[in-house]
Write a protein that binds this ligand. Structure first.
Ligand code: PLP
Length: 447
């Protein structure tokens, strides 16, 4: 049992202080526990599969910093690489050899990333990819799917998942109507909608961007052949296909989702975006792709993009060390842990009588509650929103009370790491029956 969060808890005190100086008390919205309620845990440290909060309570972590912690927290070799890099200087504003090595490592794994530009966040990567696509094609429209999150880029916030879903927002204030009008939002997994949009607007479409396997509306994998058909339709229309692998990249296989699908099927996107794992917990992201398209970027071409801290030497050291350690064994272990937890979770929910679907893409997974998903799975954002996601609140808190830190939103994937050993998995499994019972007795609150 962890400490109950009362007014006296250190996390509650920290949150009060934070509310006085940081909007909503957090620097990224989902951290505020908006959809599950309660006091966000303020984290003091993290090692391996565990995080420890400022009250001294330890939790098995299923958030993994929302993706980067593939190897677990504070892997000794990654920390050593960071310390060594930091000792050589924190930032130079000039090129380094390590940036070249990281770009080469990314290309070795995903050859379609013929040229790579490092940036600091996934948002920057997708924003750059869009500008590049528009600059290269001379076209203005962009196609995205409802429920897919690509960072907080103005043009991509319409019907975005992740925190936008968690807060039940239709999009974002501050995005002008002109910008919103240049984004066509289509239902996910619906090829007819894609064909219709391209028939109507094909010559104006610069790019279609998709999450390689969506995991920001919960996990909603692409139907077999869906992404390949997107490749075909975009190529036929002269539009670029941007495969957003910020979340899946180097997490679900050595070559990300592309390694599980495009590689086997023999197709490549024009541009890819990466983030999370390639920074190993520090801010590194990237846009990569066809050499001719990437040649449009400054200083070679007319599409401007830059960054004071792009390719930061300390961050790059963390990413490089992480990727070098992420071998086949790591992916096999993470896959096995994910499969085992999916089974245990589904069993516990079944025994508690909670209708549900386990949805997964590689090692990423999430649970969709309710008879709808149980019968047919959730294939798009509407199905996710129609699910009994309100069951997640008591489920989440029951886990938290027992020392298991699941994502504080039903619309996020669960992340396991190579550091989730028998002990950590056992702790999660021991907590599942009570959490499943809480989900079973959850009551829908109506406004
Ligand atoms: N693209 C995808 C698929 C993501 O999951 C995210 C973040 O969760 C982003 C882009 C944005 O990345 P960042 O939060 O680093 O800006």
């Amino acid at each position: 049992m962890t400490h109950a969060r009362t007014e006296q808890s250190a996390s509650a005190d920290a949150f009060d202080r934070a509310l006085g100086v940081i909007p909503g008390g957090v620097n990224s919205p989902v951290r505020a526990y908006g959809s599950v309620g309660g006091t966000p845990r303020f984290i003091a440290s993290a090692h391996g599969a565990y995080v420890r909060d400022v009250d001294g309570d330890e939790y098995v972590d299923l958030v993994g910093s929302w993706g980067p912690a593939l190897l677990g927290h504070a892997h000794p070799e990654v920390v050593a690489a960071v310390q060594e890099a930091a000792a050589r200087g924190l930032s130079f504003g000039a090129p380094t050899l390590a940036e070249v090595e990281l770009a080469e490592e990314i290309r070795r794994r995903v050859p379609a990333a013929e040229r790579i530009r490092l940036v600091s966040t996934g948002t920057e990567a997708t924003m750059t990819a869009l500008r590049l696509a528009r600059g290269f094609t001379g076209r203005d429209l962009v196609v995205k799917f409802a429920g897919c999150y690509h960072g907080h880029v103005d043009a991509l916030l319409a019907a975005a998942g992740s925190g936008v879903a968690t807060l039940a927002l239709p999009g974002s204030a501050g995005v002008t109507a002109e910008v919103a009008a240049e984004t066509l939002v289509l239902p996910y997994n619906d090829l007819d909608a894609v064909r219709t949009a391209f028939e109507a607007h094909g010559p104006r479409i610069a790019a279609l961007i998709m999450e390689a396997a969506p995991a920001n509306m919960g996990v909603v994998p692409p139907l077999p052949g869906f992404n390949a058909e997107l490749r075909r339709i975009t190529a036929e229309a002269g539009a670029l296909l941007i495969q957003d692998e910020v979340l899946t990249g180097f997490r679900v296989s050595p070559a990300g989702w592309w390694g599980l699908e495009g590689q086997a099927e023999g197709w490549t996107p024009d541009l890819l975006t990466f983030g999370k794992v390639i920074g190993g917990g520090l801010p590194v992201a990237a846009v990569g792709g066809r050499a001719d398209v990437m040649a449009s970027l400054a200083p070679l071409g007319p599409v401007y993009q830059a960054g004071t801290l792009s390719g930061n030497p300390v961050a790059v050291a963390a990413g490089l060390a992480t990727l070098r350690l992420a071998d086949e064994d790591v992916y096999a272990q993470v896959d096995a842990t994910s499969a085992r937890l999916r089974g245990s979770l589904s069993r516990a929910l079944g025994e508690a009588g909670v209708p549900h679907a386990m949805q997964w893409a590689g090692s990423l997974f999430s649970t969709m509650f309710g008879p709808g998903p149980a019968a047919a799975g959730a294939r798009d954002y509407d199905a996710v929103l129609a699910s009994e996601h309100w069951r997640y609140t008591p489920f989440f808190h029951a886990l938290l009370e027992q020392g298991v830190y699941a994502p504080p939103s039903p619309f996020e994937a669960w992340f396991v790491s190579a550091a989730h050993d028998e002990e950590a998995i056992g702790r999660i499994e021991a907590a599942l029956p009570a959490a499943a019972a809480a989900a079973a007795t959850a009551e829908r609150l109506t406004a």
